[in-house]
Structures are given as structure tokens and as C-alpha cells.
Design a protein around this ligand. Structure first.
Ligand code: NAD
Ligand code: UDP
Length: 389
């Protein structure tokens, strides 16, 4: 374990231990952030979530070196009066709680809007009223579609970065029509960002907003039928992992032409740590956190994951590794897609001197090694079980 006493911030000042109220601590990002905070710092965490399966290894047994520094509170923030007390006890609140899987945006738009806007309101209000710092997790999806996507298909301007690079302080937020309910999530996230920004401007709230660009790694989402519902549709990493584990073709939605930049969760967590420990540099800012060097189409991601999985599992890939599926068939009515997401890194470089390190191949290798070790046996057993008639 690193010596907490020796740690200094970006300006060379010693870092003192704080108490963090982390809402959504039991999720994918929360679990990695809790792990980092426990193993490398002296900060305390009040971990709030409705689930704790992904942080169980940090909560017990009592003999863990960080025993007493992390406390789990099983609270649904929709309706629990204990929330304000926890925010008051903490120096900093980090809000990660959200419905954030695209399959929900068009099929459960009300839950999506409530979760990403209405349920976040009291958190912002309690932080503002009690003069507590807030780090709020938004999304790169607030940018919506690129300006370039509205240009004619053969326009040379589509190749000009000015038409697709996403900049926190310049790019517009471009969503589809209201019946494209995919955008319910992005719109709710945009409104909560605007509210937080306004609380900062009018009432002096100290805030930082994080816009994650496809963070991926171990413990992301669930494998349908193993640790999540059989009919559930997680985000692409877990969908493709599930297909690979079951030796099924990977499903490419609308040809897999959309482009994404993927970043390793451990690189992204380094950026969040810098925000936590350098408040003077992070307050009042919105930060893109992504890896502009790891851009692929979804089809290329599928091909790469197929190769990497074959390497880590030692099994050859199946004859037809991918299959095309329409978005209507896969997600239902009202789905739409972000065409391309490349983060501009100017602000995070300037304020926090942060850059991602891990290549797409390397992050897929470590993540798929984890997926294989964690799920391959369970999948074999599930497949071998006779189906009840
Ligand atoms: P996640 O679903 O794994 O984690 C969210 C956690 O919040 C879950 O454990 C869930 O139980 C909890 N939660 C939801 N509603 C709650 C409630 N009412 N009360 C208490 N707990 C509640 O998702 P994640 O990938 O860890 O994402 C965390 C945040 O980052 C979200 O706000 C998401 O919108 C944002 N984000 C993530 C990514 C990414 O690449 N992973 C991309 C864009 C945005
Ligand atoms: N996707 C796909 N097959 C799947 C799951 C997702 O082709 O099995 C596509 C999806 O349509 C989108 C991209 O992969 O273009 C990324 O989807 P994800 O759910 O990870 O979230 P997003 O980046 O859209 O927020």
C-alpha cells in the first residue's frame, strides 16, 4: 500500500484525508473508484447504492487494511431522508447514480428521465445549501450527434476535425426528434448539467462535471442469464463478451458503422482522482474523460474482441463471428445513435495534466481475460442445463 502521508497534489501541497459521499458506489465506475481510494489513499468513503455486490470485496472481512474507512449505506436516493445527513457528513459528494444503459433510454424513457434528472435534483440542492463540493457524472452523450453527421455523405468537410471533435466549451448539443426516445438520457443529463452550472453561477456551488467517453473494463454491467436478467441488454462490452462466451455471433446494430473511442477504466479513474485531490484546478470545470487514440467502428471493435478472446481463451473463433441486426429489432422503436465521439483533451490537459495510457488491444486483453475467468465456467454450466419444458 502506498504511504498516504507522502502524497502531494499537483501543486506540491500535502493531501489531507477527506470524507466522500459516493452515490452509485456499487456500480461499475464506483467499484473501481472505491478500490483505488481504499488501496492508495487515506480518504473515507460513505458508499451509497441499492446494491453492493461489486464492492463486497472491499467491505468484508473486518481484517481488510482499510477496515472502517468504507461504510456501505443501502439507500435508494429517490426516497430516503438519510441522504442529506450523509452529504452533510462528507466534504465531497460524487454522484454516479443513474440509469445509463442505452437499451433503457427508448424503452423506459420515464425511468431514464427521472433517474438522470429528477433524482439528481436533491443531491445538487443539498450540496448547494450545505456548501459541499459536488463531482457529478454526466456523459459524452450530451454532445449527441456530430455537426459533420448532418453534412452530405460526400462532403470533404466530414474529414475536418472542426466538424466532429467534441469540445466542452464550444460544441453544441445535437439531439434527434422527441419521438427518438434514445435522447431522453442525453437530454436529462444536459439539463442537470445546466442546473449544476447555474447553482455554481448564482449560488456559488463548487462543482466539477465529468463527461465519460465509453469507459470499459472488468465489472462493467452484467452477463445476461448469469449475473443479470436473461433478456437484459447491457452496453456493448458486455453484449459482445456474452456472445463470445456463448460462442454466438456478435450482433452489429445497423451494420456496426458508428464510431466510439474506448478508454480503460483504470486510466479514467486516474483522472477522477486528480479531480478529487485538486479542487482548485477542477472546480467550475466540465471535463471530457476519454481516449481519442482508441477510436474504432463498432464492427472493428467486434473483430478485435473476437481476436483477443480467441487468444485469452485458447479457443478458435466461430466460422461467422458477426451478424447484422437492425436497431429496431435489437433496441425497439425510438432508438437512434451517436455517430462519432472523439473527446477534445485541451481542458483536462491544461487543468490536470492528465492523459490516458492504455491501447485498445491491451485494455481488451485484460478485460476479456477477466470476463473469461469470471464467467466461462458459469456459462458452460448454464448451457449444459436441460431447458425446463
Ligand atoms: P452503473 O450502472 O454500473 O452504476 C450506477 C450505480 O448507481 C448502480 O450501482 C446503481 O445501483 C446505482 N443507482 C442507480 N439509481 C440509484 C438510486 N436511485 N439510488 C441509489 N443508487 C442508485 O453505471 P456506471 O457505468 O458506473 O456509470 C456511472 C455514471 O457515469 C452514470 O451517471 C453514467 O451516466 C455515467 N457514465 C458512464 C459511462 C461509462 O462509460 N461507463 C459513460 C457515460 C456516462
Ligand atoms: N451495439 C452493437 N451491438 C451490441 C450492443 C451495442 O452493435 O450488441 C452498438 C450500439 O448500437 C452503439 C455502440 O455499440 O452503436 C455502443 O453501444 P453502448 O451500449 O456501449 O453505448 P453507447 O456508446 O451507445 O452509449
Amino acid at each position: 500500500m502506498a504511504s498516504a502521508a507522502a502524497r502531494v497534489d499537483l501543486d506540491g501541497k500535502p493531501i489531507t484525508g477527506i470524507t466522500i459521499c459516493m452515490i452509485g458506489a456499487g456500480g461499475f465506475i464506483g467499484s473501481h473508484l472505491c478500490e483505488k481510494l481504499m488501496s492508495e489513499t487515506s480518504h473515507k468513503v460513505l458508499a451509497v447504492d441499492v446494491y453492493n455486490d461489486k464492492i463486497k470485496h472491499l467491505l468484508e472481512p473486518d481484517s481488510l487494511p482499510w477496515n472502517g474507512r468504507i461504510q456501505f449505506h443501502r439507500i435508494n436516493i429517490k426516497n430516503d431522508s438519510r441522504l442529506e445527513g450523509l452529504i452533510k457528513m462528507a466534504d465531497l459528494t460524487i454522484n454516479l447514480a443513474a440509469i445509463c444503459t442505452p437499451a433503457d433510454y427508448n424503452t423506459r424513457p420515464l425511468d431514464t428521465i427521472y433517474s438522470n434528472f429528477i433524482d439528481a435534483l436533491p443531491v445538487v440542492k443539498y450540496c448547494s445549501e450545505n456548501n459541499k463540493r459536488l463531482i457529478h457524472f454526466s456523459t459524452c452523450e450530451v454532445y449527441g450527434k456530430t455537426i459533420g453527421s448532418y453534412l452530405p455523405k460526400d462532403s470533404p468537410l466530414r474529414q475536418d476535425p472542426a466538424y466532429y471533435i467534441l469540445k466542452e466549451d464550444e460544441s453544441p448539443c445535437i439531439f434527434g426528434s422527441i419521438e427518438k426516445q434514445r435522447w431522453s438520457y442525453a437530454c436529462a443529463k444536459q439539463l442537470i448539467e445546466r442546473l449544476i452550472y447555474a447553482e455554481g453561477a448564482e449560488n456559488g456551488l463548487e462543482f466539477t462535471i465529468v463527461r465519460p467517453f465509453n469507459w470499459i473494463g472488468p465489472r462493467m454491467d452484467f452477463i445476461p442469464g448469469i449475473d443479470g436478467p436473461s433478456e437484459g441488454v447491457p452496453r456493448v462490452l458486455a453484449c459482445f463478451s456474452n456472445n463470445l462466451l456463448r460462442r454466438e455471433p456478435l450482433k452489429l446494430v445497423d451494420g456496426g458503422e458508428s464510431q466510439r473511442t474506448f478508454i480503460y477504466i483504470k486510466d479514467a479513474i486516474e483522472a477522477v482522482m486528480l479531480m478529487i485531490e485538486n479542487p482548485a484546478r477542477a472546480n467550475g470545470h466540465i471535463f471530457n474523460v476519454g481516449n481519442p487514440n482508441n477510436e474504432v467502428t463498432v464492427r472493428q471493435l467486434a473483430e478485435m474482441m473476437t481476436k483477443v478472446y480467441s487468444k485469452v481463451s485458447g479457443e478458435p473463433s466461430i466460422d461467422s463471428p458477426t451478424i447484422d441486426v437492425s436497431s429496431k429489432e435489437f433496441y425497439g422503436e425510438g432508438y437512434d445513435d451517436s455517430d462519432k465521439r472523439i473527446p477534445d483533451m485541451t481542458i483536462i490537459n491544461k487543468q490536470l495534466g492528465w492523459n490516458p495510457k492504455t491501447s485498445l488491444w491491451d485494455l481488451l486483453e485484460s478485460t476479456l481475460t477477466y470476463q473469461h475467468r469470471t464467467y466461462a465456467e458459469a456459462i458452460k454450466q448454464a448451457i449444459a442445463k436441460p431447458i425446463a419444458s
